[in-house]
Design a protein around this ligand. Structure first.
Ligand SMILES: Cc1cn([C@H]2C[C@H](O)[C@@H](COP(=O)(O)OP(=O)(O)OP(=O)(O)O)O2)c(=O)[nH]c1=O
Length: 184
């Protein structure tokens, strides 16, 4: 199969699940549409990534999997931080609150597409300024939606509880993906 993603976590999850995975990242515009909600956004982007790669690269019968992950806090969408100041701003916003992590997944095979969105609630401990500065200094937040990685050695210390699939927070709800692949 083809994984249309540059995310090291997604690549590792697909390979650990036993798939012979060709990695061909999609290059699409990830800007949200005006008034687009988080769930519509991640599903649309996953569909666009899978379609773009399938059109150019997929062989007959070869499935293409794509995903997109975003953090939603109330009405605010948090993607990847632009810089360290942006990462600090996001982490302050998440401190002491529950947010949602939404991952859209799309599987395209032989021209037909199936997509879904998985949602996990994540609750952060209250974080002090010093804790946030120290976390940003580790470099972990920079390429991750919401400016944290739950799987990271430092990021895991921010999280009080989750409700939903852990792997969805990491960027790919692997059990659902494998079940969907076995159906397509
Ligand atoms: C919230 C959270 C996000 N993330 C990551 C998963 C995704 O890689 C990233 C969100 O960015 P995405 O735009 O979903 O994906 P990507 O740009 O890394 O890869 P591609 O578009 O090629 O598929 O944030 C974590 O690793 N841990 C976390 O706890």
């Amino acid at each position: 199969m083809i994984l249309a993603s540059q995310s090291p976590r997604r690549i590792e999850l697909m390979r650990e699940a036993g798939f012979d995975t060709r990695v061909i990242p999609a290059n699409i515009d990830e800007t949200a549409l005006p008034d687009e909600g988080p769930f519509d956004l991640v599903e649309r982007l996953a569909r666009a990534k899978a379609a773009a790669v399938a059109k150019e690269h997929a062989e007959e019968g070869e499935p293409v999997v794509a995903a997109d992950t975003i953090v939603a806090l109330g009405g605010e969408l948090l993607g990847k931080p632009a810089d360290e100041a942006d990462a600090r701003r996001m982490l302050h916003a998440l401190s002491g609150k529950t947010h949602q992590v939404a991952t859209g997944v799309c599987i395209v095979r032989d021209g037909s597409a199936e997509s879904f969105v998985d949602i996990t609630d994540v609750t952060f401990y209250e974080l002090s300024y010093d804790e946030i500065d120290a976390y940003v200094a580790t470099g972990e937040p920079m390429d991750k939606a919401g400016a944290y990685g739950i799987q990271g050695q430092h990021g895991r210390m921010l999280v009080e509880k989750i409700d939903g699939d852990f792997y969805n927070v990491v960027g790919l709800p692997i059990a659902k993906v494998v079940r969907a692949l076995s159906r397509t």
